[in-house]
Ligand binder design. Structure first.
Ligand code: CA
Ligand code: CA
Length: 301
């Protein structure tokens, strides 16, 4: 099985990135990821504001997917996320939802014990997830730093991007050029404190292609729902974009009028806050599979 080394990283998604490895549809492979600080934080007495901020949010890759062409969808099955034995979280003044209340930077090195992250004796069950995962963007989108969530994926910080889920990303460039990093052992919806439990990981993936179909925004499929992941300059804007796309999927997938699709969304679609701490905010619209199967949404694109 191919393993892509965590020494091969990018800090921006660009349309003309140079791939470091090639995989084929149906191939299972491993990707080693760094934590979002590139492991620069090792002790609680370090000053979080004094690390090298040019090495924040490394994403391993890019990985060229054989046969991927603009106008396809890249289907990424997340088979496993094996995290390290400890991770790091912290507060940074003026960062996070309550950044104005942060009077001093604080670092916590948090051990993982028997499937729990342990903070001050309090046990939090881990649920590893991928914070940054994306493909080469459209040329007109320019250079998208890995901290940015957008239509190509990127820093979506969405806790549903976890083991057992399937992520669907639009392909804009030949080979798709997939890269990922910034895994969290645990994170609450919103990621309010600026960090999740930042941790190196080894991610096992299987990629496939859906030819000749495209999506405006990424989709993540869990056991229960298919969620549209949209990002905007404000939470309101992100919510509007996610809701619009979800209603479109309901309308097309179930052959409803737009009005009935909108009413159905009001009854059944959960709007969830993915993150509020990145340059754009991310909201997902979760469409229950009981209402419509993911395959049906894809077929109707
Ligand atoms: Ca992140
Ligand atoms: Ca992170």
């Amino acid at each position: 099985m191919k393993t892509i080394s965590s020494s091969k990283v990018i800090y921006s998604f660009t349309y003309d990135m140079e791939p470091v490895e090639t995989v084929s549809p149906g191939e299972v492979f491993k990707v080693e990821t760094n934590d979002c600080f590139y492991q620069q934080i090792e002790r609680e007495d370090q000053i979080i504001t004094e690390i090298d901020y040019d090495r924040i949010n490394p994403a391993t890759g890019p990985i060229y997917v054989e046969g991927a062409e603009p106008g396809d969808i890249l289907k990424i099955k997340i088979l496993d996320i094996a995290v390290a034995g400890k991770g790091v979280s912290g507060t940074v003044p003026n960062e996070g939802a309550l950044g104005d209340q942060v009077t001093r930077p604080t670092i916590r090195i948090i051990n993982i014990e028997d499937g729990y992250a342990v903070l001050e004796g309090i046990k939090v069950p881990i649920e590893p997830m991928i914070g940054v995962i994306g493909v080469a963007p459209k040329e007109e989108d320019g250079k998208l730093p890995t901290e940015m969530p957008w239509k190509h994926g990127g820093n979506m910080d969405t806790k549903d991007i976890k083991k057992g889920s399937t992520l669907y990303l639009p392909v804009y460039q030949k080979g798709a050029l997939l890269a990922l990093g910034d895994c969290h052992a645990a994170m609450g919806d919103g990621e309010i404190c600026f960090t999740g439990l930042e941790i190196p990981a080894v991610v096992t993936l299987e990629v496939d292609l859906i030819k000749g179909k495209t999506i405006e925004w990424p989709l993540v499929e869990t056991d229960e729902y298919t969620a549209v992941i949209a990002s905007g300059n404000t939470l309101d804007e992100a919510l509007y974009l996610a809701a619009s796309e979800a209603v479109k999927h309901l309308k097309n997938g179930l052959n409803l009028t737009w009005e009935d699709a909108y009413i159905l969304a009001g009854l059944a679609v959960d709007m969830k806050i993915s993150q509020v701490v990145d340059p754009k905010k991310t909201v997902r619209a979760a469409i229950p599979k009981q209402i419509i199967a993911t395959e049906r949404i894809i077929e109707s694109l």
